[in-house]
Design a protein around this ligand. Structure first.
Ligand SMILES: NC(=O)c1ccc[n+]([C@@H]2O[C@H](COP(=O)([O-])OP(=O)(O)OC[C@H]3O[C@@H](n4cnc5c(N)ncnc54)[C@H](O)[C@@H]3O)[C@@H](O)[C@H]2O)c1
Length: 341
């Protein structure tokens, strides 16, 4: 029997050996570099017609563009497994893949600690308005007139989206002496809540001293924080976003920051990356990072390994380890015991 064919899209950084080792049981194809036009032409020419599973990532969007309805419609008819590197997968049209019954995995869990670390880093940086003193120091101005910052101790941290990362942020923030409230699609079990208090969305806005966004971006959550929600926040609130830029209407956030209603922000993600609203760049009370949530050796390797494990598990046993939420419970997408993460 011939070996199944799998396709790598984009580069691997830490697991090239593991990928090559798969050649013992699969035929390997690669599209590491190139552009969308070329990828589409390869699809149309039948170069990938035998591919049953593929590896892609948030980074490989620069090679193929998003897996939108156009691209999904051109994927080989025998393709069953799309294994995605990234906890967020807003660059995959979930309706289009579901219509074709293509199974999709992402990389939750592996990203939790590193992204939560960045959320805490941004929170402390924003509370201290660290941008001002760090910039002044390099300009030879020592503290440069930096204002006094704020301690996290005794403050209320509100978490919107209490999934893997939200819970990891909560755990860290508790050790700073913060009280934690959260809002989620559904209330968690006491075990998962870990001492955090479930509140309504409006109460979350009204009671948080620091508001951390930790939910996925989709049609329902786009601009979930814009002018009306910002108006409901406490005056002087600090806003942290490590999830996706499109959750916040950036122009409204800039207005609220300039008026002082929002005292400081800590942002890792932006509405039109890599473009950043000029009102954020010029504001000293904005502590900014260029989407570095999972940017560590250990986490990047763990994520790549998890994608390869999903690919193997899909192709070899017909089950994914970390299937995307939108496919859980669908009759054609049953992972049995495997979907436990
Ligand atoms: N900055 C980075 O580098 C980086 C790294 C990893 C993940 N992320 C982003 O972080 C997001 C969260 O990741 P995760 O692994 O914790 O996801 P997750 O699926 O474990 O958790 C998301 C939570 O949000 C909740 N939620 C969804 N819609 C909601 C709504 N309208 N209101 C309230 N809660 C809602 C869900 O119920 C779930 O509990 C990802 O979607 C991804 O976009 C960013």
């Amino acid at each position: 029997m011939s070996k199944p064919t799998v396709l790598l899209i984009g580069e691997l950084t830490h697991t090239n050996q593991e990928w090559q080792a798969l050649s013992s049981k699969y035929k390997l194809k690669e599209f590491r570099t190139g552009k969308r036009d070329q990828f589409i032409s390869n699809l149309k020419s039948g170069e990938y017609k035998d591919v049953v599973g593929l590896y892609r990532s948030n980074m490989s969007v620069s090679q193929t563009g998003p897996f939108d309805a156009e691209l999904v419609s051109l994927l080989p008819s025998g393709l069953k497994w799309v294994c995605h590197n990234g906890a967020g997968y807003d660059n995959i049209d979930v309706n289009a893949v579901n219509e074709r019954q293509i199974h999709v995995s992402s990389t939750p869990v592996a990203v939790d600690d590193a992204t939560a670390d960045v959320a805490i880093f941004l929170m402390l940086g924003a509370l201290r308005q660290a941008h001002i003193s760090c910039t002044a120091l390099r300009q030879g101005k020592w503290r440069g007139g930096a204002p006094l910052g704020h301690d996290p101790k005794g403050k209320t941290l509100g978490i919107l989206g209490m999934g893997g990362i939200g819970r990891a942020v909560a755990k860290r923030a508790q050790s700073f002496g913060m009280s934690i409230i959260y809002h989620n699609r559904s209330r968690l079990s006491p075990e998962l809540e870990g001492g955090a208090t479930y509140v309504s969305f409006n109460d979350l806005l009204a009671q948080s001293d620091v508001l951390s966004l930790n939910l996925a971006l989709n049609a329902k959550t786009k601009h979930i924080i814009s002018a009306p929600q910002l108006a409901k926040c406490k005056k002087g609130v600090t806003i942290i976003n490590t999830a996706r830029g499109g959750l916040i209407k950036e122009a409204d956030l800039v207005d609220a920051l300039e008026s002082g209603h929002v005292e400081a922000v800590g942002l890792d993600v932006f509405e039109e990356e890599p473009k950043i609203h000029s009102g954020l760049v010029r504001n000293d009370r904005a502590f900014l990072m260029p989407h570095m949530g999972t940017w560590t050796y250990e986490t990047q390797r763990d994520m790549e390994l998890l994608v390869l494990k999903n690919l193997e598990s899909g192709v070899d046993s017909g089950k994914l380890i970390t299937r995307i939420n939108e496919q859980k419970g669908l009759s054609w997408a049953n992972d049995g015991d495997k979907s436990k993460l």
